[in-house]
Design a protein around this ligand. Structure first.
Ligand code: PLP
Length: 361
């Protein structure tokens, strides 16, 4: 089998994959394939309830938050957030433009109401994140939106941004449950599953109850968070399979990994190893991100020429290292180190990179 360094969907833990394999044949307690169990069954209600409990326990999330399991990917949240929170606003919401994905977020938000780009990394080619001195957060903004980890460029905030009196909204799609995140400091967090916690098909939304009180009443039911709260994430047919896999990953995080502090330590060790290879290469491997903004999830880098990068990809694929091409918008190379990817897998990549450099330098 190849090792999966793809930007998404990412690798899942081996023990989870084994349980999934069994569940596709038959979930032991039910005697049916997980692909054919009704979303109205008691079993599925228990899956949703346990998953919600596990997420609360991993994050220490207070009861004042709803845990929702939605469809439409993170992309649907780019619209649902402003549809809900920008309703009737006179002052603009603050948005940060730190890379490819926050650019997509901005384009959708602009359709819904007044927004302001508080900071943009466009001039620096999205190679760094803003310093505190560059951010003048508006006190009257209806909310602040940012992306905690820019998956394409490999930039990750190492701190919570914004003012405590303005609701924070964050797209955590590519680092959710990879480390503790101070969830209670955010009004709304969204993250699709397919990086760190499962397959595509489900998006986790954590939302503080009070922010839903001012939602407009004329939203389509499917786009109104309150419909999903009322229906316990069973408003229409949910992706039972994807939700079940996310449950298995949260059990793995709790019982095998031992919580998010341990997960963070594992992820930090993987990232340290790989950035170490970049830093010890005398500029042969060129990291994209400014050092203090480096992501522990996505290591984006370049070689001297696109031709050499193609050579790298060809040899990596032949060596069983998959998914190392950079995102189509920026090219180059990228190694994604999501929760399910092991340290030994990163050691294999590090060894390959050292060998490749010696061979081609
Ligand atoms: N936000 C981030 C940070 C992402 O990395 C991605 C995709 O990789 C998206 C949003 C879009 O997610 P989706 O394809 O689930 O809509």
């Amino acid at each position: 089998n190849s090792l999966n360094f793809s930007g998404g969907p990412g690798a899942l833990p081996e023990s989870v994959l084994q349980q999934v394999q069994q569940a596709i044949i038959a979930v032991p307690e039910v005697g049916l394939s997980v692909l054919g169990i009704s979303h109205r069954s008691d079993w599925f209600a228990a899956v949703v309830a346990e998953l919600e409990r596990n997420i609360r326990s991993l994050l220490g999330l207070p009861d004042s938050y709803h845990v929702l399991l939605l469809q439409g990917g993170a992309t649907q949240q780019f619209s649902m957030v402003p549809m809900t929170l920008l309703h009737g606003a006179t002052a603009p919401a603050d948005y940060l433009h730190t890379g490819y994905w926050s650019g997509k977020v901005l384009a959708e938000a602009r359709r819904e109401g007044p927004i302001r780009t508080l900071w943009s990394g466009q001039d620096s080619g999205f190679t760094r994140l803003p310093d505190d001195g560059e951010l003048a957060f508006a006190a009257d903004a209806p909310y602040l939106h940012y992306v905690s980890n820019e998956t394409v460029e490999g930039l990750q905030f190492q701190r919570v941004l914004g003012r405590d009196d303005v609701p924070r909204v964050c797209d955590m799609s590519s680092d959710f449950l990879s480390k503790p995140c101070e969830a209670e400091r955010f009004a709304l967090i969204y993250a699709h599953a397919q990086k760190n916690i499962g397959p595509a098909g489900v998006t986790v939304v954590l939302v503080r109850d009070e922010v839903l009180a001012h939602a407009p009443d004329d939203l389509p039911g499917f786009l109104d968070y309150r419909s999903h709260v009322k229906a316990h994430s069973n408003f229409n047919t949910p992706p039972v399979f994807a939700i079940y896999v996310v449950l298995l990953v949260t059990r793995w995080l709790l019982n095998e990994v031992g919580g998010l502090h341990n997960m963070a330590a594992r992820n930090a060790a993987k990232a340290e190893l790989l950035y170490g290879v970049l830093d010890a290469s005398d500029g042969y491997y060129r990291g994209r991100a400014r050092v203090q903004d480096r992501s522990s999830m996505n290591v984006s880098f370049n070689l001297a020429t696109p031709a050499l990068e193609q050579q790298f990809l060809a040899e990596a694929t032949a060596a069983g290292l998959s998914g190392l091409g950079g995102h189509r918008s920026v090219g180059g190379l990228r190694a994604s180190l999501y929760n399910g990817l092991t340290l030994p897998a990163v050691e294999v990549l590090a060894g390959f990179m050292d060998d490749f450099r010696r061979k081609h330098a």
